[in-house]
Design a protein around this ligand. Structure first.
Ligand SMILES: Cc1ncc(COP(=O)(O)O)c(C=O)c1O
Length: 459
């Protein structure tokens, strides 16, 4: 009955990679090839990906940490089928969308943010843009503060708050009224807040790029300082939110209550883009201040049926399967195992992160002392990390991510439904990779990758 046959669409091209390169992004395809990621995955299930040959891969990238409930979770798939079969109209726009109300209710309950209100978005960066506008409208101030190495998305407002110069380069001028402070620096924040009235300070409780964890005491002090100065605290929980760090929100570990919380990734179930901004009631009162301004911030696809249903199903799975507890327990196990690898190989400078958002920073200086690494200038650290990522993929069928252009950091954010056994598999693969990589193998890989100048973005 259907004119669209997905099987034949997928099978219609003998070399889909070349077509992608030709029509979308040749340099990205070149990067994929260099890293060994030029393979086609045809199926996903839980924490696994399967390629055309039927080989199984443990996915510790998990859609830049968006996939917490595992791929193709049956509850999510069933809910989406129900939505598709329901005949419900999407995008009526001028309606009090019942699914949006239902998701907002569940979201506030799950996050313990009763009394707040919700604004839905289609992505994380869009949530950050909304948060910037909401903070400005509510405080009547324009200035924003963010942290070095912070990542909040790549649209122009969010990019202005990005603490990674390589990602900002070439896209200016960005928002002018912005100040950067070192992550975790109380004095710098106090001084920056005292300098000038500031609309908002935006933080990640665990930085996605560096895996640095905000100390509880620092976060408590941040909350206090922001209150003292009338500055709104925006928690960017796009990555840390909804279970990833071992709590529902990453900022819950510190017992603080940010004025605005931005969520996305996990809310989607990894299937339908969706994000949410949770804000104190009074903030959204200031933004949507009259009937004339009641939709002064909006977008066409927000609150669409599939997104709302994906959100409802994802929250239900999170609660039913107590995924934040799994993240805490399995994250503790992975950390212990990685610390053992660090002690036994001497190749790891630090294990960082929280819950199932963990990273290792390779000790490139030390590795260079025991094996012969090629001299390739300032990108050497990143290239060593990329070579290890490549080795994990090719030899161990594990997908991991090198996150930073400045350091040799490798990041693991598997689905929270991962099992003990797979944590052991991941740690053993890292151990073997670091132990057995001799100068020749690593050196050859690094030379092969030397055309690359940056780590993969996102994540
Ligand atoms: C903390 C954080 N904020 C914002 C974003 C941007 O989200 P999106 O990629 O959905 O625009 C990301 C994406 O990785 C993120 O990790």
């Amino acid at each position: 009955m259907s004119d669209i046959d997905l099987g034949s669409i997928l099978g219609s091209c003998t070399n889909p990679g070349d077509r992608y390169a030709r029509l979308l992004n040749p340099r990205f395809y070149k990067l994929l090839r260099a890293l060994g990621f030029d393979r086609t995955f045809v199926r996903g299930e839980g924490p696994w990906l399967f390629d055309e040959a039927g080989d199984r891969y443990l996915d510790a990238i998990a859609g830049y940490a968006a996939i917490t409930i595992g791929r193709n979770h049956p509850v999510l798939i069933d809910a989406l089928h129900q939505a598709l079969d329901s005949g419900l109209p999407s995008l009526v726009q001028f309606e009090a969308n019942p699914l949006a109300g239902a998701l907002a209710e569940r979201l506030l309950e799950t996050t313990g943010r009763g009394g707040d209100r919700v604004y839905f978005t289609n992505s994380g960066t869009e949530g950050v843009e909304a948060a910037i506008k909401f903070a400005r409208a509510s405080t009547g101030r324009s200035r924003l503060i963010h942290c070095t190495r912070g990542f909040h998305g790549l649209t122009l407002g969010a990019l202005s708050l990005n603490g990674n110069p390589g990602l900002r380069e070439g896209f200016g001028p960005l928002l002018a009224d912005v100040r950067e402070i070192p992550f975790g620096d109380r004095e710098a924040l106090a001084a920056a807040l005292a300098e000038e009235p500031t609309a908002a300070f935006i933080i990640e409780s665990v930085q996605g790029k560096t895996l640095a964890v905000a100390e509880n005491e620092w976060l408590q002090e941040v909350e206090r300082l922001c209150r003292e100065h009338g500055t709104l605290l925006i928690a960017d929980e796009v990555q840390t939110g909804l279970g990833r760090t071992g709590a529902i929100l990453g900022t819950d570990h510190a017992g603080i209550r940010p004025d605005i919380v931005v969520l996305s990734k996990a809310l989607s179930g990894g299937m339908v883009p969706v994000g949410a901004v949770i804000a104190r009631d009074s903030i959204l009162e200031d933004v949507f201040a009259s009937m004339a301004r009641s939709h002064v911030h909006s977008s066409t696809f927000k609150e669409n049926v599939l997104a709302m249903v994906a959100g409802i199903a994802s929250l239900s799975i999170l609660r039913e399967e107590r995924l934040e507890q799994r993240a805490e327990e399995l994250g503790a196990l992975l950390r212990t195992r990685l610390e053992t690898v660090a002690a036994e190989t001497g190749c790891i400078r630090a294990v960082r992160g929280r819950g199932l958002m963990l990273g290792i920073e390779l000790d490139v200086e030390r590795m260079a002392g025991s094996i012969k690494l090629p001299v390739i200038g300032r990108h050497r650290s990143t290239l060593v990390a990329q070579a290890v990522v490549r080795h994990l993929l090719i030899e161990h069928r594990i997908l991991a991510l090198s996150t930073s252009a400045e350091s040799a950091t490798i990041k693991f954010t598997p689905a929270l439904v991962i099992e003990h056994e797979q944590i052991e598999q991941l740690a053993a693969a890292v151990h073997q990779t670091l132990e057995r990589l001799d100068g020749t193998t690593l050196g050859a890989d690094i030379h092969g990758l030397a055309g690359l100048t940056r780590g993969i973005i996102g994540g």
